[in-house]
Design a protein around this ligand. Structure first.
Ligand code: MN3
Length: 341
């Protein structure tokens, strides 16, 4: 009996240890330090109730599972394979941890020279970047986040995600990358001070966004191993082909064949790129490889029809043959990632 009791205590101990794998971070400043832009009560509740709930629920959901040893980033990049509870709470923990790190009283108002240069190259100026972020925040319906990310090809992009999703997560429909700046768009982040005025909150928050912290994150992102991982996962060649094909197919359905005539050479090039670029391991089945070869062959024939000034009917017929191998790839991606549309 004593033995069983001791074993129980031991189990409880391990459960408690593993249940505390993820911990609530400490703020680098006092709750009231960001006032008047973010008030003390909001900061307190946001960290100790909202963020704490994500940490607790994540620990609870992972306790005793093989995934309990995964790093947070590992969980996020495979989010589509996680349960909804894990996905939401892992996202919530990661997003808020990042948010606290880039906020500061007496925040640095200018990015590092390297980040400034990249911002100016991409968005023209820091002010136009802020405007774009504010516009993106305004157009996010409901709860979510707005991000400045570094993509695997080291470009800056502004994106937005719903709920506690973020740009690390594996979803075919959004651009992936490592976030270096994230702003919480949930009402709990601003309601006490701004009520429903998200725009006012977004204007004010720039006073406490610390560009030193963002610049540091930018430097870390450039050499992060996650970027290498995402590069393999982001199947840009397929995305490019998919976008171009969608464009001409939509026009063809409306009976306008001119875009096909204008773009077949480009589409053939994109198909060939798909054939020569490495396929992300998750999709690299024999079926997919064969489908790509078929697409290249079909696109070559489609281009021949255009070069020989074939009829619209001949174009339509060729276009329809591409659909079959295209569907093979889309089905594979849907199987691998339920969120692919
Ligand atoms: Mn929040």
């Amino acid at each position: 009996m004593k033995k069983i009791y001791a074993l129980l205590i031991l189990c409880l101990f391990f459960l408690t240890v593993s249940a505390q794998k993820y911990t609530l971070p400490k703020l680098n400043f006092a709750y009231e330090a960001l006032a008047p832009y973010i008030d003390s009560t909001t900061m307190y509740i946001h960290l100790n109730m909202h963020h704490k709930a994500y940490v607790d629920n994540l620990n609870k959901a992972l306790a005793g599972t093989p995934d309990s040893n995964m790093r947070l980033e590992q969980i996020l990049v495979t989010a589509s394979k996680q349960t909804e509870v894990v996905r939401n709470n892992a996202g919530g923990h990661y997003n808020h941890s990042l948010f606290w790190e880039i906020l500061a009283p007496n925040a640095a108002k200018a990015p590092s020279p390297e980040l400034s240069l990249e911002i100016n190259n991409t968005f023209k100026s820091l002010d136009s970047l802020k405007t774009l972020i504010n516009q993106t925040a305004a157009s996010r319906f409901g709860s979510g986040w707005v991000w400045l990310i570094v993509t695997p090809d080291k470009k800056l992009k502004v994106t937005s995600s719903a709920n506690q999703d973020n740009p690390l997560m594996d979803k075919m429909n959004s651009i992936r990358g490592l976030p270096i700046l994230g702003i919480d768009l949930w009402e709990h982040a601003y309601y006490l001070n701004y009520q429903n005025r998200r725009g006012d909150y977004m204007k004010a928050i720039w006073n406490v966004i610390d560009w030193n912290a963002v610049s540091k994150k930018y430097n870390e992102a450039l050499t992060s191993p996650i970027m290498k991982y995402l590069k393999g996962e982001n199947w840009t060649a397929f995305r490019n082909f998919h976008d171009a094909m969608t464009d001409i197919s939509m026009n063809a359905q409306k009976g306008d064949m001119q875009p096909i005539r204008d773009k077949t050479a480009e589409i053939l090039k994109l198909a060939r790129a798909m054939d020569t670029d490495p396929i992300p391991t998750a999709y690299a089945t024999e079926e997919v490889k064969k489908a790509i070869k078929d697409i290249v062959a079909d696109c070559t024939q489609l281009n021949d029809v255009v070069v020989k000034k074939g009829t619209d009917a001949a174009l339509k017929e060729k276009l329809s043959t591409i659909r079959e191998p295209f569907k093979v790839i889309m089905d594979m991606m849907r199987k691998t990632n339920p969120e692919t549309k």
